[in-house]
Design a protein around this ligand. Structure first.
Ligand code: SDX
Length: 436
């Protein structure tokens, strides 16, 4: 990061000593004001709940321009990666900073492929869950449990440990998600096959049974792979910030990623794809397109607590580029399956059209985000709704690891420990219970 020749001067109206704060420039995007010495020099904290104006780190991995609706992984536009690369190429790019050469890709794919099996003991963790457990509850447990099996790769400060832990997590997430699914439907687990692609292997582990082979549909496999790419990383979102803060204590990579899985589950974040599909189903039950106006009225009524799931974003104040690509993928998959008249897809497109013309959404710059169409295409592929967020976690694992490794690899990193504005009781004495 480059020191800017512009300085920020902080002065106080009560005559407290003013302070010059250095600014730093990135390669693109907003400059930052360096406040690291603020408390030491002024005895004051900054205050930014939700971190709307706070840069928690410097990073070289993903850049988002919220106003333009642009998303770059290591400088490459998501549109180009989603059409010209596959997910494992994108994983290589996010982890190592450059797109792989053919030989580098072959070596990386082989490494990942040869780590797709999980220890046989892992299956016994699932038995403790009810069959109707939410897959994200299962995934939070399974990912954390991985740390119990790889004592040879849990020293987060050892680059070799970080490298093998990254490969293991990327390789095993599809196996674990498929196991979580098979457990809920009472079918036996399907082992990975090394002669399949990453997405093809996942689809087979999900849909094959010992009684008959799964014949992968190339259009669906390509769509699944693209869904992984679109969800791979996204700057300092809530779950990535959770992984960074968790990892900053020096805990092992598996525990840090498990924390990211837990955070992603929330409906305001990765859980929005499941919530969005449930919302579309509710509107369909209410009467479909004819009832969109009534639903939008509920959304505008602050007391209803109803949100248009899959819309709005902390950073994008324009169309989320991933939503556009997801809508295209929707068209491809529904056409391939002869479902171009899918009522939920039609409903979603009509809902999008109405919302984008409605002053409430226009004034607040609320556009479809990655979660608006992802549920429809996953449902068409045959993914059950409760599994949507687990698939988001599968795809985001590479981003979490890349961001974690970037932090740990930064010699300046420290354990994260925010402060607060205390507004509670000042010191008072305990009255013994007999006198209370
Ligand atoms: C993801 O951060 C990331 O990068 C996340 C993600 C990633 O890849 O990691 O992109 C993935 O999480 C996408 C977002 C998925 N979430 C949803 O679709 C849930 C619905 N969206 C909202 O909950 C909301 O838009 C957030 C949480 C996404 C963003 O919320 P902010 O930035 O805190 O904005 P806000 O809640 O302050 O909203 C500003 C205004 C408010 O109205 P006013 O108080 O100004 O009158 O917009 C309204 C909000 O009520 N609003 C919505 C709305 N989102 C915001 N109103 C109706 N429906 C919505 N979806």
């Amino acid at each position: 990061m480059t020191p800017s020749d512009v300085k920020a001067t902080l002065s106080f109206s009560d005559g407290s000593p003013q302070m010059d704060l250095p600014l730093y420039k990135g390669t693109i995007g907003p400059d930052v004001i360096d406040i690291r010495k603020l408390y030491a020099q002024t005895g004051k904290f900054t205050y930014d709940p939700g971190f709307l104006s706070t840069a928690s780190c410097n990073s070289t991995i993903t850049y988002i321009d919220g106003d333009k609706g642009e998303l770059l992984y290591r400088g490459y536009p998501i549109e180009q990666l989603a059409t010209n690369c596959d997910y494992l190429e994108t994983c290589y790019l996010l982890l190592y900073g450059e797109l792989p050469s053919p030989s580098q890709k072959e070596e990386f794919v082989n490494r990942v492929t040869n780590h797709t099996m999980v220890n046989e003991q892992m299956q016994f963790f699932l038995r403790g869950f009810r069959r109707d457990a939410h897959p994200m509850a299962v995934m939070t447990g399974l990912v954390g449990a991985l740390s119990a099996f790889y004592h040879d790769s849990t020293d987060i400060n050892n680059p070799e440990h970080r490298e093998i832990a990254a490969i293991r997590l990327i390789a095993k997430m599809p196996t674990l998600v498929a196991m979580a699914y098979k457990y809920t439907i009472g079918q036996p687990y399907i082992y990975p096959k090394n002669d399949l692609s990453y997405a093809g292997n996942f689809m087979r582990m999900m849909f094959a049974t010992p009684c008959e082979e799964y014949k992968p549909n190339d259009v669906l496999v390509r769509a699944m792979d693209r869904i992984f790419t679109l969800h791979a990383d996204h700057e300092q979102n809530a779950s990535t910030s959770t992984v960074r803060l968790c990892g900053s204590s020096g805990t092992n990579p598996f525990a840090a990623i498990a924390a990211g899985v837990a955070c992603l589950w929330g409906p305001a974040h990765g859980g929005a794809n499941e919530a969005c599909l449930n919302m579309l189903n509710d509107i369909q039950q209410m009467g479909g397109v004819a009832k969109i106006g009534e639903f939008i009225k509920q959304v505008k009524d602050k007391n209803s607590n109803v949100k248009l799931m899959g819309f709005g974003h902390r950073v994008y104040k324009n169309y989320d580029p991933r939503a556009k690509l997801m809508r295209e993928t929707c068209h491809e998959v529904l056409n391939e399956l002869g479902l171009h008249d899918d009522p939920l897809f039609k409903l979603a497109m009509e809902l999008e059209k109405i919302a984008l013309e409605d002053e409430y959404f226009v004034a607040r710059k609320l556009y479809p985000n990655v979660d608006f169409y992802s549920g429809i295409v996953q449902r068409a592929i045959g993914i059950p709704v409760p599994l949507f967020t687990a698939i988001f976690a599968l795809a985001r694992t590479v981003g979490w690891i890349a961001q974690l490794n970037e932090m740990i690899g930064d010699p300046e990193y420290k354990i994260g420990r925010p402060r607060q504005l205390f507004v509670g009781a000042t010191q008072r004495n305990v009255t013994p219970i007999a006198e209370r």
